[in-house]
Design a protein around this ligand. Sequence first.
Ligand code: NAD
Length: 505
Amino acid sequence: MAATALPQDTLALLKRLRVSDGAFASKGLDAHSPITGETIVTLRETSVAETEAAIGRAQSAFLAWRKVPAPRRGEFVRLLGEELRTHKADLGLLVTIEAGKVTSEGLGEVQEMIDICDFAVGLSRQLYGLTIATERANHRMMETWHPLGVCGVISAFNFPVAVWSWNAALAFVCGDSVVWKPSEKTPLTALAVQAITERAMKRFGPEAPVGLSEILIGGREIGDALVQDHRVPILSATGSTRMGKEVGQKLAARFARAILELGGNNAAIVAPSADLDLALRGIAFAAMGTAGQRCTTLRRLIVHESVYDALIPRLIKVYGSVKIGDPRQAGVLVGPLVDEAAYHGMQKALGEARAAGGTVHGGEKVDVGAGGFYVRPALVEMPEQVGPVERETFAPILYVMKYRALDQAIAIQNAVGAGLSSSIFTLDMREAESFISAEGSDCGIANVNIGPSGAEIGGAFGGEKETGGGREAGSDAWKAYMRRATNTLNYGTTLPLAQGVSFDV
Ligand code: NAD
């Protein structure tokens, strides 16, 4: 696909993915590709009134869907997974075009959607409650899990489709309907996923009600309408900590359940015993993959002073030689930044790092002859953790610092606002166990001999502190999408009260 033909080729791709022409308009939201910076097509935006109608349809759909047995709901998600398998290549390419991810990462994102569908199908027969010992004779106490309602999903540009599926696949099997407000920077992939979901609904038949899956195209105001609507009892919001602060408070004010998946400022510690070859590869992927635009991107490297000189010059060399360019080309590992604002944000952070005594390697704009904002990833040697090192800049900047003792390294790792992901490279069992212990990393994800990036769906995903505390995907994250009821049944002929209370009338 030649860069100049990008808009036309993308329109053909959208047709193959059966995105309806009705989505396009002469005025509205411009959909761009960061590969060239070109506008691909203009989309019709959802109005506030249409948003309210969509939530109404989803509310009616919920009332019907909650009655469909969970394993049948799982069958719908199985069909969704099947459709995703069929369209994996096209949807993966669209992710590459719209989010700028290299080919294997675009395909990987769709694979993640397929994986969570498989997980949810199994889960649909395992929405277990407990039976609990009761203190009263001839009584039984148990927990049951019930569908919750309309699940709102607000997602970020950098995982334009996977984040929806982490939520939606679970919500569907849990008996909820879903209303999705994707990022205004990646509406095309969202429309393609909605078309795929509608095909799965069609194959499933009339048991899948109209409104089971709704999509809203637009910016924050539309997201806000979803956040404020009392018919939405649960909302999952993925994006910046700034967004989470606004959204979280509004949800709390109306007692809605919030799953907040916000920014990260992830670190890795390289200990004296580390396998440096393995660490080098782990660091390179975690720090430069997706051009530093993952929530789990490695942003801070804390290196023991005894291995600093053996590792950092090698890493600087890798930073100098990594292939940057059109993410569709074979061999390219670093694609474009999402837009010009991301480029300026990166340059601003590098300026602040220099002013704080940092030595910057790389970080300059790279002309790949395609338009767009391409940069050489930056490695910045810092004397200490100050200024821009303490916050997330959504670009490929790796700040490197030295440490002497492990407790000092863990203190540095924990001394930032975000608490998403972390890792340690060590072959020392005591160090590894300390790092993942109660006194170790304070993050939602703590890895050993793997970078902080690239999670599998089987584990619960999310982070603490300013990352918002939400959990999605695997383990028991499904419980957030259901309501729990405690049921006590008396099959006796007397009415004993709990705690020995007597109330004889
Ligand atoms: P963003 O906060 O600018 O936007 C995210 C989404 O929130 C968009 O759909 C946007 O329209 C919506 N939004 C923004 N303000 C809103 C408001 N006041 N009310 C309702 N909706 C609102 O984030 P972005 O630039 O798209 O994505 C990058 C950020 O997302 C980074 O901080 C990254 O770390 C974070 N992220 C976190 C995770 C995670 O799982 N923790 C995953 C991916 C991205």
